[in-house]
Design a protein. Structure first.
Length: 346
């Protein structure tokens, strides 16, 4: 389960981490002179078609990473092996993914280190799972829990496509975090880090406290202020988690052309909130922060009022529609699996 798997072979590097000349089955990112990107999967006899001309895959097989090639009409392309961020953004998906800017924050502030035992819940399409597996290395482990079997199938195939095979340090369970995590902690704490991406992470605080080692890190990714507030209150109510810390990140790219150096007109603004806390020593009540709260902000009647669902008055089940998200249809899942298995070019 979450024990380190040092006796198993390492995953093959046929995936995007592969180095050396391009080979059959590799993904290649083509960029034209306007930096328009196209990702292709090299196939025997394959061709890349645009309105400008045809580029044969054979021109790339055996070529070095970074080579410049021309199609039959002289259109030039820079050919590079895609980075992980490229793969994450273009992977076929059922559920929404955590974007690279947030995945990078998670790896840093959850302190995902080589050899770490990570328990993840809400695997979605497998984007963050792949980042966690890269970070823990061959001596670590990642155990992912997903409630929906169809999401788990998409995630499994995306992760295996990236690494080129089953990853020996990864376990995937279908079920509820509250049911799976206590079983992992039956003989004692079994996770150094808990990372949650789900609708109601506050419901998992008790189970996370059982499975986390003393001093372990809890991190949750949530989309709305309502989820953020309920998770923070649940961490405080547990009593054995340190004062939660929350933030969001914005990324503003810049336009660089001679003296025309300015911010781009578009930016990656709000995608979600991150909230972290540390697990106090088991059986030890964590210190509470001494504050002077605003009048009424800690009023017990207000926090528990049924109308103030953001602070926990009712125990209603949350659905994606409650956050303004469109439900993921079986047709979308089927299309994502088809694209993964066919090695869809993007």
């Amino acid at each position: 389960m979450l024990e380190r798997m040092t006796d198993q072979p390492r995953a093959t590097r046929r995936g995007l981490d592969r180095t050396g000349p391009f080979a059959l089955g590799d993904k290649v990112q083509l960029a034209d002179t306007k930096n328009r990107l196209h990702t292709i999967t090299l196939k025997d006899g394959g061709e890349f078609h645009t309105h400008r001309g045809v580029l044969r895959h054979q021109q790339l097989i055996g070529a070095e990473d970074g080579v410049v090639v021309e199609d039959n009409h002289g259109t030039r392309y820079q050919a590079l092996r895609p980075l992980y961020s490229d793969y994450m953004l273009s992977m076929p998906r059922g559920a929404a993914i955590i974007y690279p800017k947030d995945a990078a924050q998670i790896l840093m502030w959850a302190d995902i280190f080589p050899g770490a035992r990570v328990l993840e819940a809400g695997v979605g399409s497998g984007g963050l799972t792949t980042a966690l597996l890269r970070a823990v290395g061959p001596d670590g482990s990642v155990h992912s829990i997903e409630r929906r079997e169809d999401f788990a199938e998409v995630a499994r195939e995306n992760v295996e496509t990236y690494f080129g095979a089953e990853h020996p340090a990864w376990d995937l369970s279908v079920g509820d975090f509250q049911d799976v995590a206590p079983g992992l902690a039956a003989t004692g704490p079994a996770a150094d880090r808990v990372v949650l991406d789900m609708l109601a992470p506050w419901e998992c605080i008790e189970a996370a406290g059982q499975v986390l080692v003393s001093g372990g890190v809890f991190l949750a990714y949530v989309a709305t202020v309502t989820q953020l507030s309920r998770t923070a209150e649940a961490l405080r109510d547990h009593g054995e988690f340190t004062e939660p810390y929350a933030w969001e990140s914005f990324v503003r790219p810049w336009h660089l052309e001679g003296l025309a150096v300015r911010p781009e007109h578009r930016m990656n603004a709000h995608t979600g909130f991150l909230i972290t806390s540390r697990r106090a020593a088991h059986g030890t009540t964590a210190l509470t922060r001494a504050t002077r709260p605003a009048p009424g902000s800690r009023d017990a009647a207000e926090l528990g009022h049924p109308d103030n669902d953001g602070f926990g008055g009712t125990d209603t089940d949350w659905e994606p529609e409650d956050l303004g998200e469109r439900p993921v249809t079986p047709r979308k899942i089927k299309r994502a699996l088809r694209d993964i298995r066919q090695g869809r070019d993007r």
